[in-house]
Design a protein around this ligand. Structure first.
Ligand code: PGA
Length: 254
Protein backbone atom coordinates (compact mmCIF):
# COMPACT_ATOMS: atom_id res chain seq x y z
CA UNK A 1 0.00 0.00 0.00
CA UNK A 2 1.56 3.26 -1.09
CA UNK A 3 1.50 5.72 1.77
CA UNK A 4 1.10 8.76 -0.46
CA UNK A 5 -2.23 7.44 -1.73
CA UNK A 6 -4.90 8.21 0.88
CA UNK A 7 -6.73 5.48 2.79
CA UNK A 8 -10.27 6.32 3.85
CA UNK A 9 -11.88 4.05 6.45
CA UNK A 10 -15.50 4.17 7.60
CA UNK A 11 -16.04 3.16 11.22
CA UNK A 12 -19.72 2.27 11.47
CA UNK A 13 -19.58 1.73 15.24
CA UNK A 14 -22.89 0.32 16.59
CA UNK A 15 -24.71 1.12 13.34
CA UNK A 16 -26.85 0.45 11.39
CA UNK A 17 -29.37 -1.62 13.30
CA UNK A 18 -30.35 -4.05 10.56
CA UNK A 19 -28.46 -6.14 8.04
CA UNK A 20 -30.66 -4.71 5.31
CA UNK A 21 -29.46 -1.18 6.06
CA UNK A 22 -25.86 -2.34 6.30
CA UNK A 23 -26.13 -3.88 2.86
CA UNK A 24 -27.66 -0.73 1.37
CA UNK A 25 -24.81 1.33 2.83
CA UNK A 26 -22.10 -1.08 1.67
CA UNK A 27 -23.64 -1.25 -1.80
CA UNK A 28 -23.61 2.54 -2.03
CA UNK A 29 -19.90 2.67 -1.20
CA UNK A 30 -19.08 -0.24 -3.52
CA UNK A 31 -20.94 1.36 -6.43
CA UNK A 32 -19.10 4.64 -6.01
CA UNK A 33 -15.76 2.95 -5.66
CA UNK A 34 -16.23 0.97 -8.86
CA UNK A 35 -16.22 4.16 -10.91
CA UNK A 36 -13.91 6.26 -8.76
CA UNK A 37 -10.17 6.12 -8.87
CA UNK A 38 -9.84 5.60 -5.16
CA UNK A 39 -7.98 2.39 -4.52
CA UNK A 40 -7.77 2.46 -0.73
CA UNK A 41 -11.19 2.48 0.87
CA UNK A 42 -12.37 0.32 3.76
CA UNK A 43 -15.54 -0.01 5.80
CA UNK A 44 -15.82 -1.45 9.30
CA UNK A 45 -19.32 -2.76 10.05
CA UNK A 46 -20.37 -4.63 13.18
CA UNK A 47 -18.95 -8.15 13.58
CA UNK A 48 -22.41 -9.52 12.87
CA UNK A 49 -22.61 -7.92 9.43
CA UNK A 50 -19.08 -8.67 8.21
CA UNK A 51 -19.82 -11.75 6.14
CA UNK A 52 -22.85 -10.42 4.29
CA UNK A 53 -21.23 -7.04 3.69
CA UNK A 54 -18.17 -8.85 2.31
CA UNK A 55 -20.38 -10.63 -0.23
CA UNK A 56 -21.87 -7.31 -1.34
CA UNK A 57 -18.43 -5.76 -1.86
CA UNK A 58 -17.86 -8.49 -4.46
CA UNK A 59 -15.15 -7.62 -6.92
CA UNK A 60 -14.73 -4.01 -5.82
CA UNK A 61 -11.54 -3.10 -4.05
CA UNK A 62 -13.39 -1.78 -0.98
CA UNK A 63 -11.79 -3.61 1.91
CA UNK A 64 -13.36 -4.90 5.05
CA UNK A 65 -12.43 -3.77 8.53
CA UNK A 66 -13.44 -4.89 12.02
CA UNK A 67 -13.86 -2.56 14.97
CA UNK A 68 -12.01 -4.63 17.54
CA UNK A 69 -10.16 -7.90 18.07
CA UNK A 70 -9.63 -10.07 21.12
CA UNK A 71 -6.34 -10.12 23.00
CA UNK A 72 -6.69 -13.92 22.88
CA UNK A 73 -6.30 -16.25 19.90
CA UNK A 74 -8.92 -18.83 21.00
CA UNK A 75 -10.53 -20.53 23.95
CA UNK A 76 -12.87 -19.71 26.80
CA UNK A 77 -13.32 -15.96 26.26
CA UNK A 78 -17.04 -15.32 26.01
CA UNK A 79 -18.03 -12.60 23.58
CA UNK A 80 -14.59 -12.22 22.03
CA UNK A 81 -13.60 -12.43 18.34
CA UNK A 82 -10.18 -13.69 17.30
CA UNK A 83 -7.81 -12.58 14.56
CA UNK A 84 -8.15 -15.92 12.80
CA UNK A 85 -11.96 -15.59 12.79
CA UNK A 86 -11.69 -12.09 11.34
CA UNK A 87 -9.22 -13.17 8.67
CA UNK A 88 -11.47 -16.11 7.81
CA UNK A 89 -14.37 -13.67 7.26
CA UNK A 90 -12.35 -11.68 4.72
CA UNK A 91 -11.34 -8.87 7.06
CA UNK A 92 -8.17 -6.93 6.15
CA UNK A 93 -8.12 -4.08 8.70
CA UNK A 94 -8.89 -3.95 12.38
CA UNK A 95 -9.43 -0.80 14.40
CA UNK A 96 -7.67 -1.16 17.76
CA UNK A 97 -7.71 1.07 20.82
CA UNK A 98 -10.52 3.32 19.68
CA UNK A 99 -11.19 5.86 22.44
CA UNK A 100 -14.71 4.45 22.85
CA UNK A 101 -13.17 1.06 23.69
CA UNK A 102 -10.49 2.63 25.88
CA UNK A 103 -13.35 4.34 27.77
CA UNK A 104 -14.73 0.85 28.45
CA UNK A 105 -11.45 -0.17 30.09
CA UNK A 106 -9.06 -1.06 27.28
CA UNK A 107 -5.52 -0.22 28.39
CA UNK A 108 -2.37 0.62 26.43
CA UNK A 109 -1.05 -2.86 27.27
CA UNK A 110 -4.16 -4.53 25.87
CA UNK A 111 -3.89 -2.40 22.75
CA UNK A 112 -0.30 -3.56 22.21
CA UNK A 113 -1.29 -7.23 22.62
CA UNK A 114 -4.21 -6.79 20.21
CA UNK A 115 -1.92 -5.21 17.62
CA UNK A 116 0.46 -8.19 17.86
CA UNK A 117 -2.49 -10.59 17.58
CA UNK A 118 -3.78 -8.78 14.48
CA UNK A 119 -0.36 -8.82 12.80
CA UNK A 120 0.06 -12.52 13.52
CA UNK A 121 -3.13 -13.08 11.53
CA UNK A 122 -2.04 -10.82 8.67
CA UNK A 123 -4.56 -8.12 9.52
CA UNK A 124 -3.57 -4.47 9.26
CA UNK A 125 -4.09 -2.81 12.65
CA UNK A 126 -5.38 0.76 12.72
CA UNK A 127 -4.25 1.91 16.14
CA UNK A 128 -6.17 4.88 17.51
CA UNK A 129 -4.36 7.39 19.67
CA UNK A 130 -5.26 10.87 20.80
CA UNK A 131 -5.68 13.12 23.78
CA UNK A 132 -8.86 13.72 25.76
CA UNK A 133 -8.28 17.45 26.05
CA UNK A 134 -5.67 20.02 25.07
CA UNK A 135 -3.84 22.20 27.53
CA UNK A 136 -1.84 25.35 26.96
CA UNK A 137 1.34 23.69 28.28
CA UNK A 138 1.19 21.05 25.55
CA UNK A 139 1.24 18.04 27.88
CA UNK A 140 -1.12 16.33 25.43
CA UNK A 141 1.93 15.75 23.24
CA UNK A 142 3.57 13.59 25.90
CA UNK A 143 0.29 11.72 26.37
CA UNK A 144 0.21 10.86 22.66
CA UNK A 145 3.90 9.91 22.79
CA UNK A 146 3.26 7.55 25.72
CA UNK A 147 0.48 5.83 23.76
CA UNK A 148 2.93 5.21 20.92
CA UNK A 149 5.71 4.11 23.27
CA UNK A 150 3.49 1.48 24.87
CA UNK A 151 3.37 -0.38 21.54
CA UNK A 152 7.09 -1.16 21.84
CA UNK A 153 6.27 -3.77 24.52
CA UNK A 154 4.87 -6.03 21.81
CA UNK A 155 5.80 -4.60 18.43
CA UNK A 156 9.27 -4.56 16.91
CA UNK A 157 10.28 -2.02 14.26
CA UNK A 158 9.93 -4.50 11.39
CA UNK A 159 6.28 -5.15 12.33
CA UNK A 160 5.55 -1.56 13.19
CA UNK A 161 5.87 -0.74 9.49
CA UNK A 162 2.66 -2.71 8.91
CA UNK A 163 0.70 -0.65 11.44
CA UNK A 164 -1.57 2.27 10.55
CA UNK A 165 -1.92 4.97 13.20
CA UNK A 166 -5.09 7.02 13.47
CA UNK A 167 -4.76 10.27 15.36
CA UNK A 168 -8.18 10.90 16.83
CA UNK A 169 -8.33 13.66 19.43
CA UNK A 170 -11.16 12.52 21.72
CA UNK A 171 -12.58 16.02 21.98
CA UNK A 172 -13.20 15.94 18.22
CA UNK A 173 -14.93 12.55 18.00
CA UNK A 174 -18.63 12.77 17.29
CA UNK A 175 -18.70 16.30 18.66
CA UNK A 176 -18.65 18.28 15.44
CA UNK A 177 -15.47 19.99 16.72
CA UNK A 178 -12.76 19.20 14.23
CA UNK A 179 -9.12 19.88 14.91
CA UNK A 180 -7.93 22.65 12.60
CA UNK A 181 -5.73 21.69 9.68
CA UNK A 182 -2.85 23.43 11.53
CA UNK A 183 -3.49 21.34 14.69
CA UNK A 184 -3.49 18.20 12.56
CA UNK A 185 -0.30 19.18 10.73
CA UNK A 186 1.45 19.97 14.01
CA UNK A 187 0.42 16.58 15.42
CA UNK A 188 1.46 14.81 12.22
CA UNK A 189 4.97 16.24 12.57
CA UNK A 190 5.02 15.39 16.25
CA UNK A 191 3.91 11.78 15.74
CA UNK A 192 6.53 11.20 13.04
CA UNK A 193 9.27 12.63 15.22
CA UNK A 194 8.07 10.52 18.17
CA UNK A 195 8.05 7.40 15.96
CA UNK A 196 11.59 8.19 14.76
CA UNK A 197 12.75 8.61 18.34
CA UNK A 198 10.95 5.53 19.70
CA UNK A 199 11.61 3.26 16.71
CA UNK A 200 13.77 4.75 13.96
CA UNK A 201 13.48 7.12 11.04
CA UNK A 202 13.01 4.45 8.38
CA UNK A 203 10.21 2.82 10.34
CA UNK A 204 8.54 6.17 10.98
CA UNK A 205 8.69 7.04 7.29
CA UNK A 206 6.83 3.89 6.34
CA UNK A 207 3.91 4.31 8.75
CA UNK A 208 0.59 5.57 7.46
CA UNK A 209 -1.10 8.20 9.59
CA UNK A 210 -4.85 8.87 9.46
CA UNK A 211 -6.86 11.67 11.01
CA UNK A 212 -10.23 11.03 12.63
CA UNK A 213 -12.69 13.22 14.51
CA UNK A 214 -15.74 14.83 12.91
CA UNK A 215 -14.41 14.50 9.36
CA UNK A 216 -17.15 15.67 7.01
CA UNK A 217 -17.49 16.62 3.35
CA UNK A 218 -17.20 20.25 4.50
CA UNK A 219 -13.73 19.89 6.05
CA UNK A 220 -12.15 16.90 4.28
CA UNK A 221 -10.49 18.85 1.48
CA UNK A 222 -8.75 21.30 3.81
CA UNK A 223 -7.69 18.60 6.27
CA UNK A 224 -6.34 16.51 3.42
CA UNK A 225 -4.49 19.35 1.72
CA UNK A 226 -3.00 20.93 4.84
CA UNK A 227 -3.14 18.30 7.58
CA UNK A 228 -0.38 16.19 6.06
CA UNK A 229 -2.09 12.90 6.94
CA UNK A 230 -2.41 9.88 4.65
CA UNK A 231 -6.18 9.56 4.89
CA UNK A 232 -9.10 9.55 7.30
CA UNK A 233 -10.94 7.41 9.81
CA UNK A 234 -14.54 8.55 9.51
CA UNK A 235 -17.31 7.79 12.01
CA UNK A 236 -20.66 9.59 11.76
CA UNK A 237 -20.23 10.73 8.16
CA UNK A 238 -19.51 7.16 7.00
CA UNK A 239 -23.12 6.19 7.74
CA UNK A 240 -24.39 8.10 4.72
CA UNK A 241 -22.97 6.70 1.50
CA UNK A 242 -23.15 10.09 -0.25
CA UNK A 243 -21.20 11.85 2.49
CA UNK A 244 -18.63 9.09 2.81
CA UNK A 245 -18.12 8.97 -0.96
CA UNK A 246 -17.77 12.75 -1.06
CA UNK A 247 -15.05 12.51 1.61
CA UNK A 248 -13.30 9.84 -0.48
CA UNK A 249 -13.54 12.08 -3.55
CA UNK A 250 -12.16 15.10 -1.69
CA UNK A 251 -9.31 13.02 -0.21
CA UNK A 252 -8.19 12.09 -3.67
CA UNK A 253 -8.50 15.57 -5.13
CA UNK A 254 -5.09 16.81 -6.21
P1 PGA B 1 -16.61 10.82 14.06
O1 PGA B 1 -15.91 9.50 14.61
O2 PGA B 1 -16.19 10.96 12.62
O3 PGA B 1 -18.09 10.56 14.21
O4 PGA B 1 -16.13 11.95 14.91
C1 PGA B 1 -14.60 9.15 14.27
C2 PGA B 1 -14.21 7.90 14.97
O5 PGA B 1 -14.65 7.70 16.11
O6 PGA B 1 -13.47 7.06 14.42
Amino acid sequence: MKRNIPLVVGNWKLNPQTLKEAIVLATGVAKYQKKAEAPYVAIAPSFLHLNEVKKKLGTTTVQLGAQDISTEPMGAFTGEVSGMQLRDSGVEFVIIGHSERRAMGETDDMVAVKVAHALKNKLTPIVCIGERTRDAQGSFFSFVESQIRSLTKEIKAADMKKVVIAYEPIWAIGTGKTATAEDVKEMQLFIYSALSKIYDRKTADSIRLLYGGSVKPQNAAELQAQGGMNGFLVGGASLKAVDFCEIIKLSYKK
